[in-house]
Design a protein around this ligand. Structure first.
Ligand code: MLT
Length: 260
């Protein structure tokens, strides 16, 4: 099933493995290909499903209207309804973590475990919101390459491999302008979901790159404390894109979560 028809859209899906479902939610402005190492390693124990969120990757296009975290969560619930009646392990990175928290709030009965990677539970500050609008303006004036340049420095650890840099660059430069504008608006407008953390009663894991400058280890520690039953893994040598920068350490942490 490379595509799922959910509501008004067609969502592209990467799938590997059988059995219990683990759902992988990508960050901004990325796509499901960021999870290829996880799909390959974790398909030993799970039916791994990585979705291109609407507007991203090979999923249906969107216009520039803000894409809310709730919209994405509803799409993912629709995908799960198509593949299994059981609960799923929910894994989200950064913007995917914002979506995972919305999912945990709105569809808690579908969550078997929750993994939050390089993300935060709070909303944007006023400064952060203004930054989203400035990024959208810059994108439209200077193009994707200009924002990719800045993001490469912000998202990857110093000394990141050529492969990691190439993968990031391809994803950013392949992302439609409308999607980037819509996603920036959706992240700008997202609510603070810190209180959702204390309502999570399933096993959880918080992962963060030791050099993550976007959502630093201090934020991850606070989230792990606020979650009832969470492990915290600081991923060596990685910045904000831990699954790409140090897949082996991320896979190990997720395997331990799935075994709990
Ligand atoms: C991401 O990696 O998804 C973004 O850094 C999230 C954000 O901009 O808040």
């Amino acid at each position: 099933m490379p595509y799922a028809e959910v509501d008004d859209v067609r969502l592209h899906i990467r799938q590997q493995g059988t059995g219990r479902v683990a759902l992988f939610i990508h960050g901004f402005p990325l796509d499901s290909s960021m999870w290829i190492e996880q799909l390959s390693a974790l398909s030993e124990v799970r039916r791994c499903i990585a979705v291109d969120l609407r507007g991203f990757g090979r999923s249906s296009p969107v216009d520039g209207t803000p894409l809310t975290m709730e919209r994405h969560a509803a799409d993912l619930a629709g995908v799960l309804d198509l593949v299994s009646e059981e609960k799923a392990d929910i894994v989200g990175l950064s913007m995917g973590g914002y979506v995972a928290l919305a999912f945990a709030e709105l569809y808690s009965d579908r969550v078997r475990s929750l993994a939050l990677l390089d993300t935060r539970s709070g909303g944007d500050t006023e400064e952060g919101k203004a930054g989203r609008d400035a990024t959208a303006e810059r994108l439209l004036e200077e193009g994707r390459a200009a924002i990719a340049e800045g993001m490469q420095a912000a998202l990857l650890a110093p000394g990141a491999s050529l492969t990691a840099r190439a993968r990031l660059r391809s994803m950013i430069e392949g992302c439609p302008y409308e999607t980037i504008v819509a996603a920036l608006g959706g992240m700008r407008d997202r609510p603070d979901r810190t209180e959702v953390l204390s309502s999570v009663s399933v096993p959880a894991a918080v992962l963060v790159g030791e050099h993550d400058a976007v959502t630093p280890p201090a934020d991850a520690e606070q989230m792990a404390e606020a979650l009832g039953d969470a492990s915290l893994s600081v991923i060596p040598g990685a910045g904000h894109l831990t699954p790409i920068e140090n897949p082996a350490a991320v896979n190990e942490a997720l395997l331990s979560l799935f075994a709990r």
